[in-house]
Ligand binder design. Structure first.
Ligand code: FA5
Length: 355
């Protein structure tokens, strides 16, 4: 029905309501009710079309049409909800009345009637790996912290020595929110938060989800997990940093893995390093995950830049620090032989049930 084609909408709308309510009340089962709901309230349903007809009604009548159409929609929605409740109650009653249904039967007996082993839940591989890494660090006196995914530009960029004009901003394409906040592009956004939260010296790891507005491939997701490590103390050295990274890698892989260290540029560390792991998926012969290079970037790190210490209220003449940003999602790939990072948060139960 459209308002233009039928000038008698003052009769048509209440009529449509009456008709719809009757049809709904007569629905005999859930499937029938679902179909009716689509026919009436779906995107192309008759009630939806009637409500949209308000656009075609001329000025003075428009308010009255809107009120009638609103009443129609609310009444039909209520009728559907009410009928759904009635049918659900009737289904339960029917099950209870079924002589073969015994609600006192223990779960084991019910499972025994079903084929195959019972389906059980799984700890997500990401949670497994995260738990292991946290255990390594808590045993070394680190706090485990949880910082917000919605961040200020200051914590994510400015405080990390990345002012707005800095080309390094383009290394991490950003999802901006309307109010000027952003979805954190890395867990490094917690560095200055931690410096303000704790008195130096301190050590902490902060795992979490990060977001980047970028194209995806076998080793790049737009939403993935990192785990940041930060240690603030007096007389911190590159030697201490690299030794801690070695401890971490052997604990999480449980065996020797070949790594390579190369200079890396991040405005918030100096010096900075890229720590790559030999691709565990292809044995370094080359695959999509490592882009046929045999190596995967996993653990960038470095000594905290004096500007960052200042932003965190610390005097660089007295305090130094090291930091790393572990790619947790990539670690899951390496640990479990997952060939594509997009599987990690994909939510496919066929993938998850393997862990
Ligand atoms: C950073 O995010 C820095 N904040 C890391 C850092 C922290 C450096 C502290 C120095 C000191 P990068 O953009 O390279 O750096 O990301 C860090 C790790 O996250 C990468 O090594 C990789 O393992 C992982 N990673 C990066 N981009 C993606 C992506 N799109 N999908 C999955 N993992 C990613």
């Amino acid at each position: 029905m459209t308002a233009n084609s039928n000038p008698d909408w003052r009769d048509e709308l209440p009529h449509l309501q009456l008709q719809a309510e009757q049809q709904v009340a007569l629905a005999v089962d859930m499937a029938g009710l679902r179909q009716l709901e689509v026919d009436l309230l779906g995107a192309k349903g008759s009630v939806t079309t009637a409500v949209r007809g308000v656009g075609a009604v001329a000025g003075p009548d428009r308010k009255e049409y809107g009120q009638l159409a609103g009443k129609l929609k609310t009444a039909v929605e209520q009728a559907v909800a009410e009928r759904r409740g009635q049918l659900e109650r009737a289904e339960v009653q029917a099950e209870l009345a079924d002589a073969t249904f015994d609600e006192t039967l223990p779960a084991d007996a019910v499972l025994a009637t079903q084929p195959g082993p019972p389906r059980t839940g799984h700890v997500h591989p990401l949670s497994q790996v995260q738990g292991e890494v946290e255990a390594v660090f808590t045993s070394m006196g680190f706090h485990v912290l949880d910082y917000p995914e919605v961040e200020s530009e200051f914590n994510n960029f400015e405080a990390l020595n990345i002012p707005s004009w800095h080309p390094a901003r383009e290394m991490q394409d950003t999802f901006w929110l309307d109010d000027g906040h952003l979805l954190r592009t890395h867990t490094s956004s917690g560095q200055v938060r931690a410096m303000h939260q704790f008195q130096a010296p301190f050590r902490a790891v902060f795992p979490g989800k990060v977001f980047r507005y970028e194209a995806t491939d076998a080793s790049h997701e737009h939403t993935f997990h990192q785990l940041e490590g930060l240690l603030i103390d007096r007389h911190v050295s590159v030697g201490h940093l690299l030794d801690s990274m070695r401890t971490l890698l052997s604990a999480i892989f449980g065996r020797e893995v070949t790594v390579r260290l190369r200079p890396g540029y991040f405005p918030f560390v100096e010096p900075g390093f890229e720590l790559d792991v030999q691709c565990q998926l292809c044995g370094a012969t080359g695959c999509a995950a490592c882009k046929h290079s045999g190596w995967l970037e996993l653990l960038p790190c470095g000594l905290v830049h004096p500007q960052v210490l200042r932003a965190g209220g610390l005097d660089p003449a007295e305090w130094q620090g090291w930091a790393f940003g572990l790619g947790l999602s990539r670690l899951v790939m390496m640990r479990f032989g997952v060939p594509d990072v997009r599987l990690v948060l994909g939510g496919d139960s066929r993938f998850l049930s393997q862990f």
